[in-house]
Design a protein around this ligand. Structure first.
Ligand code: PXL
Length: 265
């Protein structure tokens, strides 16, 4: 730990220059939870609140060397994996996570942006499913991601529960399928032990929802770094996201970012 109280949390993610999603949003979320955020970058996107126009995956050696430099130096308390971009990055991250055994790992299986841009190539999706999924403490797909990973429709609560179970059969330990788009705004957590919990939340009317999944998964990683149990970490992450959406400030012409730092006033 950086000090007795401040755990270091690592995000492995892409860069979104508009700071609604990706590594900069993750770092803000970590600061909001009283964690010290460090980051290994996988890809640069060109985007603003109106959408993505370009994705450039960075050389995988850069990722490898960043992860090595961070891990040999500081004690990392939890790891969040976000946008990977390529199969090569996904494979590299799998090797890194194997070296970090025993640490809480939150995998947000990012496949596409809301506007439809591909954020992981097809071969990368196979690596994510076959190699990364079994290395994570918890995975946090939204309904579209759960549907893509499982290969069957996920449209309602029953579909979310079935997909979570299926992802566990694929090798995931704990699975949260997020249902922020459902009228009930309900998340489903399938626990390793077999129990399935539901987390209903108030529906917030706001256009500031870009990066919701990034904030949610990072908030869970922070909760786990702070030694909370998974159920509590999910509950607190959901409440954090709700408040960050509610207090969001529309910075551009499109979908606004969350206000990750709402606690600063
Ligand atoms: O919200 C998914 C996401 C994650 N990471 C980066 C992104 C996006 C979507 O735009 O750009 C870097």
């Amino acid at each position: 730990m950086a000090s007795a109280e401040i755990p270091v949390v690592l995000t492995i993610a892409g860069f979104d220059p508009s700071s609604g999603a990706g590594m900069t949003a993750d770092l803000k979320t970590m600061a909001a939870f009283g964690c010290f955020g460090v980051a290994a970058i996988t890809a640069v996107t060109i985007q603003n609140t109106q959408g993505i126009s370009r994705v450039e995956v960075l050389p995988v050696e850069l990722l490898r060397d960043t992860l090595h430099a961070l891990a040999e130096d500081a004690e990392i308390s939890a790891i969040k994996v976000g946008m990977l971009g390529s199969a090569a990055a996904a494979t590299r991250v799998a090797r890194f996570l194997e070296s970090q055994e025993g640490k809480p790992i939150v995998l947000d299986p990012i496949l596409k942006s809301t506007s439809g841009a591909e954020l992981l190539d097809r071969e990368g999706v196979s690596v994510l499913r076959d190699e990364l999924l079994p290395l994570a403490t918890v995975i946090t797909p939204n309904m579209a991601e759960a549907e893509a990973l499982v290969g069957t429709a996920v449209r309602d609560l029953a579909g979310m529960r079935a997909a979570a179970r299926e992802l566990q059969r694929f090798g995931a330990f704990n699975v949260v399928v997020t249902g922020g788009h459902l009228p009930e705004n309900i998340d489903v957590l399938a626990l390793e032990g077999g129990e399935i919990l539901e987390f209903p939340g108030a529906k917030v009317e706001s256009n500031c929802t870009h990066g919701t999944g990034c904030a949610f998964s990072t908030a869970i990683a922070c909760g786990l770094a702070l030694k909370k149990d998974l159920q509590k970490a999910v509950e607190e992450a959901k409440e954090f996201v709700r408040r960050a959406i509610e207090t969001g400030y529309p910075t551009g012409k499109g979908t606004g970012p969350l206000n990750h730092l709402f606690r600063l006033g």
